[in-house]
Design a protein around this ligand. Structure first.
Ligand SMILES: C[S@@+](CC[C@H](N)C(=O)[O-])C[C@H]1O[C@@H](n2cnc3c(N)ncnc32)[C@H](O)[C@@H]1O
Length: 308
């Protein structure tokens, strides 16, 4: 394993080490550094120092991997935590800052004491807390103040058959290409559609090795006009739209804009099928787009067909 990968491993383990602790707890949360991290900082800091001495490529690799891991841990802990492309740059800056702070202390004194390490990390955790508030608003974290450990937020993946049933899809007659927004780590519906021979893609913020899975925040993805034959989204985009609509500091205006962009990305005769419903928006589509889109309630879901 090369030096950078070794450092990435230690950094990723450190991020996972405190993953269940609340940054917002109003009592005192103890954030600890792992044994490996302590060992690295106290006795082998030259390995980090070397990155600065060499070139920026290796240092940037470490910063990028650390910020990616942090976002993954936050998003996995609560599906309503979300980061846009522009947020990633702020987070990378925070990682650069802590590394520079550690390096400066190391160069000044020739070593890093437990006290300095703890001060640097505590400042980093305060910065992470601000970063979460700036990017996701304060309301989401109200309940995080009550306990040292973070609350559990449900986020399930469902069988392809159940999704087809709930979305009311006519599985033998779908227009192509198909996109599943928030397809899940296992992209079960996309898999089944591709097995049936459809040109189907998934979109999710989760990493995937498959080239038919697009890795993006749906808010940053450009849904091009009249591109998609079928758009599906089960317990994903509309669920988050409802969540933001109910929240005082929710980003429902951004969701509304994206929803309209998604609608317009349907081909003529194309269908958008999603669950759960978003009643506030469906009224607008019904009243303002008569003759363009037809809306149908199918049990728990909504199907919208584009006519022109
Ligand atoms: C409850 S799961 C549903 C997965 C799948 N549709 C199903 O029914 O099995 C919601 C999915 O939406 C994804 N997701 C949440 N917010 C997202 C965002 N802003 N951009 C892209 N994907 C997102 C999550 O990563 C997760 O995979």
């Amino acid at each position: 394993m090369n030096n950078t990968n070794y450092l990435i491993n230690i950094m990723e383990d450190q991020i996972a080490f405190n993953k269940n602790k609340s940054l917002f707890f109003e009592g005192r949360t103890i954030f600890e550094t792992s044994n490996e991290m302590n060992d690295l900082l106290m006795y082998h800091f030259d390995k980090v120092q070397n990155l600065f001495a060499k070139d920026n490529i290796e240092l940037n690799k470490l910063i990028l991997a650390s910020s990616e891991k942090t976002m993954e841990v936050f998003q996995n802990s609560n599906q309503y935590i979300s980061f846009r492309d522009k947020d990633k740059i702020i987070l990378q800056r925070l990682y650069k800052d802590i590394l520079i702070k550690l390096k400066t202390n190391y160069l000044n004194t020739g070593s890093l004491s437990e006290k300095v390490i703890s001060e640097c990390f505590n400042e980093h955790y305060r910065n992470l807390k601000e970063f979460l508030k700036i990017t996701n608003g304060k309301n989401l974290f109200e309940s995080y103040k009550l306990s040292e450990t973070i609350p559990h937020v449900v986020c399930e993946e469902y069988s392809a058959e159940l999704q087809i049933k709930i979305l009311g899809l006519d599985i033998e007659n779908l227009e192509e290409p198909i996109i599943d927004i928030g397809c899940g780590k296992e992209f079960r519906l996309v898999k089944l559609l591709r097995e049936k021979g459809y040109e189907a893609y998934g979109l999710d913020r989760i990493n995937s090795k498959e080239d038919f899975i697009i890795k993006s925040n749906w808010m940053d993805y450009n849904f091009k006009p009249t591109k998609w034959g079928t758009i599906v989204s089960h317990m994903a985009f509309s669920n988050h739209f409802n969540h933001h609509h109910l929240r005082e500091d929710g980003q429902y205006v951004d969701f509304m804009k994206k929803y309209l962009e998604i609608l317009k990305s349907l081909k003529v005769k194309g269908i958008l099928a999603y669950a759960p419903k978003i009643e506030v928006v469906e009224e607008i589509v019904k009243n303002h787009y008569k003759g363009v889109y037809k809306l149908e309630k199918k049990g728990l879901s909504i199907n919208i067909t584009r006519f022109k």
